[in-house]
Design a protein around this ligand. Structure first.
Ligand code: ADP
Length: 184
């Protein structure tokens, strides 16, 4: 099963993604986590991405596309994968299509977690990440609306978009996701 999890910062992508990967034994590929590890390790990638992430901006497409392309070649992705936080722009989505096509693979479902901005601001207050200050959260939301939201129409046209109400209990949201994937 090849999945994309999509939604604004604080939508709960990571939390729900963890349950899916545990239940279905596929790897979770989180570009945010990969980038944070690069920043923590002080790699050249981390040095380039760090200041942008701290400012709530997206990192350049070519950087993340390279990361994901390499990661998808790993053996554990053969039986499926869950992309969390990628693609985030139309060029990223187009590259993903091209990369997968080379190996005869395709995305089966794009799970879009829908959460209003007011709820996101509330949720972020309870987190402790360096980029979770109210100003940076606003910047990340702006980036999402401007650069990432157009992906909904892109995937809708491809017939892959599964829209999920991301407000509610973790259990209920997970049940909706499984229904949308026709897994229960
Ligand atoms: P969230 O979904 O809460 O914004 P992530 O962990 O997915 O958190 O991303 C954190 C930051 O990492 C983003 O604000 C951005 O700077 C960078 N990032 C992650 N994924 C991408 C991507 N696909 N393209 C560009 N930047 C990314």
């Amino acid at each position: 099963m090849n999945l994309v999890f999509f939604g604004p910062p604080g939508a709960g992508k990571g939390t729900q993604a963890q349950r899916i990967v545990a239940d279905f034994s596929i790897p979770q590929i989180s570009t945010g986590e990969i980038l944070r590890a690069a920043v923590a390790n002080g790699t050249p990638l981390g040095k380039q991405a760090g200041p942008l992430m701290a400012a709530g901006k997206l990192v350049p497409d070519e950087l993340v596309i390279g990361i994901v392309e390499e990661r998808l070649e790993e053996k554990d992705c053969q039986k499926g994968f869950l992309l969390d936080g990628f693609p985030r722009t139309i060029p990223q989505a187009e590259s993903l299509q091209a990369v997968l096509a080379k190996t005869g693979k395709r995305i089966e479902h794009v799970v879009s977690l829908e959460v209003p901005d007011s709820v996101i601001h509330e949720r972020m207050k309870g987190r402790g990440r360096a980029d979770d200050s109210p100003e940076t959260v606003q910047k990340r939301l702006d980036e999402f609306r401007k650069l990432t939201a157009p992906l909904k129409a892109y995937y809708e046209k491809l017939g892959l978009l599964r829209t999920i109400d991301g407000v509610g209990s973790l259990e209920d949201i997970y049940a909706s996701i499984k229904r949308a994937l026709k897994l229960s």
